[in-house]
Design a protein around this ligand. Structure first.
Ligand code: SF4
Length: 276
């Protein structure tokens, strides 16, 4: 089963492959939409996701220069109002002055494009480049879990490889880069990951290996994950005969965030954390 030559990888698709090769195949190669609930209760999960998207839109507009007093009346939902207040009162501190919200970077890796859509890159050209990702999850993700996510590897790596135009045309050095996860319900407790040359080399090796592995697969059916906890929040579970009931919303992190795969209807980044 071959991957289209123009297939563009993202942290989301790579994370799917790392979590379950079969999910990657169903979602990105076969592009199979499967009608199943991802977490229960359904309406509450959908509401939370929609409010998370609304929060990202509000912050984006604010970063583009629209005054907060014109945006605040749009925050009518209780969660959204609270997140917006936290952002205005206790948003990420000490960010470099130049702001690039919703910026998209791409670079070739192992013969395919790797793409990331950032919530925000804040830059001080030649000095610092801080990647900020807004999280509207109910739970504050652990550092260990975040450190293992492909997002924490892909975003800083791509910023080094492809971020020169937010650095006044100069190459970005790994040591200039940091990644910050800011949690809308835990504004005083962001998670920061510094970056360096050794991590850059390690990320390049892992991403190249992952993409090569996907490219060279020739099995008709990609392997199903052996970790069946992944299936609890996966819409393909009835297709894979891995259960019918969706997992409870309390057991997953409904990360209502903009994914980087807008062209597919199912976004597994919406259902992110399963604690181990
Ligand atoms: S139900 Fe389980 S095995 Fe099937 S695609 Fe989803 S995660 Fe993979």
């Amino acid at each position: 089963m071959t991957l289209p030559a123009d297939f563009q990888f993202s942290q989301g698709s790579l994370q799917d492959y790392a979590d379950c090769p079969r999910r990657f195949q169903l979602r990105y190669i076969l592009r199979l939409a499967w009608p199943a609930v991802e977490a229960e209760p359904v309406l509450e999960n959908e509401r939370h996701q929609l409010q998370g998207q609304a929060f990202h839109r509000l912050v984006h507009q604010h970063l583009l220069g629209i005054p907060s007093d014109r945006l605040s009346p749009m925050a009518t939902d209780e969660d959204l109002r609270r997140w917006w207040h936290h952002y205005l009162e206790d948003g990420p501190a000490d960010l470099p002055p130049a702001r690039y919200p919703e910026i998209r970077l791409t670079t070739p890796v192992a013969g395919h494009q790797l793409m990331a859509r950032y919530d925000l890159i804040a830059a001080d050209a030649g000095q610092r480049l801080v990647i900020v990702d807004w999280k509207t999850s109910r739970q504050r993700s652990s550092r260990r879990w975040l450190a293992g996510r492909l997002q924490t590897q892909v975003y800083p790596y791509l910023a080094v490889r492809a971020g020169s135009h937010v650095n006044e045309g100069q190459p970005v050095q790994p040591e200039q880069v940091a990644m910050v996860y800011w949690f809308a319900d835990f504004p005083a407790d962001p998670e920061r990951f510094p970056y360096d040359g050794a991590q850059y080399q390690a990320d390049e090796a892992r991403l190249t290996t992952l993409i090569e592995d996907i490219k060279t697969r020739d099995d008709e059916v990609f392997p199903l994950t052996t970790d069946e906890r992944q299936c609890q929040y996966c819409c393909y579970r009835s297709l894979c005969e891995r259960g019918v009931e969706a997992g409870p919303i309390e057991g997953a992190e409904a990360v209502s965030e903009w994914g980087d795969d807008f062209d597919v209807s199912i976004d597994f980044e919406q259902i992110a954390e399963i604690e181990y």
